[in-house]
Design a protein around this ligand. Structure first.
Ligand code: NAD
Ligand code: UDP
Length: 317
């Protein structure tokens, strides 16, 4: 069956890979984006495809379109971007979820929410499994994102219980790869761009905090598999369980780029989680899915991508 998909945040990093994958499957894609952190460059190669359409729209405003499936990814994901206008971040998460759930109810579409490991906050349980309720500061600088995503999850389950909307909730852990933007501000893109430019690598805190990094193709496979599942509301953790400290990530990036950049320490931002690692047993069991791309291999692809982008920048393209 060829579905018509609405992908909100489709011009962003994960969204653009998702649009591409859905088109490869022969499906139709309506890509909706307000271009806050996304870019037309990410989807330029899809524009000629007759099964692809682009809509400039903000998810905080209602929209009426005829679709079968909604992937709700619209939301800035990098701390510097979601903290730039925190009130807007809450609106995007809460009103965006309300508008998309209302649309799903009206047109009887299946709807997937891109939730996040941030719903676990600074976790007191390690690794994090779906049954853990989290440890989130409700009034801190990360709260607009963390609590916004938590309310979005609440809305998804209330629409499911009250209106029988067919929901999927994916808790996405740190994901990286080509098409992150140069000024994204997240750790993988920062370290690679700094290493390639020969600038100091900025380690926040002492670098002992950990994250588990998933390559974007693995993530997109999981999102599509979750959407395809006949009956599974989630929440389901999606991520790569291989855990690294931020210092280890910096060393790996230096090795791969053969850069001589020095490591410098910067203050750790408030409420920065100390450690994070997904328990993915549920996804492995339900989706028959396991991440395939090791950090070193995924980083190589990402380094290649940023080398190309930086050389274009240098030539003023
Ligand atoms: P991104 O910033 O590259 O993409 C987000 C996209 O949403 C951008 O294209 C942006 O322009 C668009 N957008 C933002 N606000 C909007 C609005 N109000 N209306 C319409 N479009 C809007 O981020 P990403 O890494 O691709 O993340 C995609 C989704 O996955 C987000 O919902 C994010 O919270 C979630 N997620 C990502 C990660 C990760 O590590 N990349 C981890 C957990 C969750
Ligand atoms: N980080 C860092 N240097 C940077 C950017 C981020 O040391 O230039 C750290 C950050 O403090 C956090 C980790 O890397 O501990 C992951 O940060 P990111 O913003 O990528 O994602 P999140 O904190 O949302 O998991």
């Amino acid at each position: 069956m060829s579905y018509v998909n609405l992908v909100t945040g489709g011009a962003g990093f994960i969204g653009s890979h998702l649009c591409e994958r859905l088109l490869e499957r022969g499906e139709e894609v309506l890509c909706l984006d307000n271009f806050f952190t996304g870019s037309k460059d990410n989807i330029a190669h899809l524009m000629a495809n007759p099964r692809f359409e682009l809509i400039r729209h903000d998810v905080t405003e209602p929209i009426r379109v005829e679709i079968d499936r909604i992937y709700n990814l619209a939301c800035p994901a990098s701390p510097i971007h979601y903290q730039y206008n925190p009130i807007k971040t809450v609106k995007t998460n809460v009103m965006g979820a309300l508008n998309m759930l209302g649309l799903a109810r009206r047109v009887k579409a299946r709807i997937l929410q891109a939730s996040t490991s941030e719903v676990y906050g600074d976790p007191a349980v390690h690794p994090q499994e779906e049954s853990y309720w989290g440890n989130v500061n409700p009034i801190g600088i990360r709260s607009c994102y963390d609590e916004g995503k938590r309310v979005a999850e609440t809305l998804f389950f209330d629409y499911h219980r009250q209106n029988r909307v067919d929901i999927r909730v994916a808790r996405i852990f740190n994901t990286y790869g080509p098409r992150m933007s140069i000024d994204d501000g997240r750790v993988v893109s920062n370290f690679i761009v700094q290493a390639l430019r020969g600038e100091p690598i900025t380690i926040y805190g002492d670098g002992s905090q950990s994250r588990s990094f998933c390559y974007v193709s693995d993530m997109v496979n999981a999102l599509v598999a979750l959407m395809d599942l006949h009956d599974c509301t989630g929440p389901v953790n999606l991520g790569n369980p291989d855990e690294f400290t931020i210092k280890e990530l910096a060393d790996e990036v230096l090795r791969l780029t053969e850069s001589e950049s020095e490591l410098i320490k910067k203050p750790l931002p408030a409420d920065d989680p100390v450690r994070r690692q997904p328990d993915i047993q549920l996804a492995q069991h339900m989706l028959d899915w396991t991440p395939q791309i090791a950090l070193r291999d995924g980083l190589k692809h990402t380094v290649d991508y940023f080398e190309t982008v930086l050389s274009r920048h240098n030539y003023g393209e």
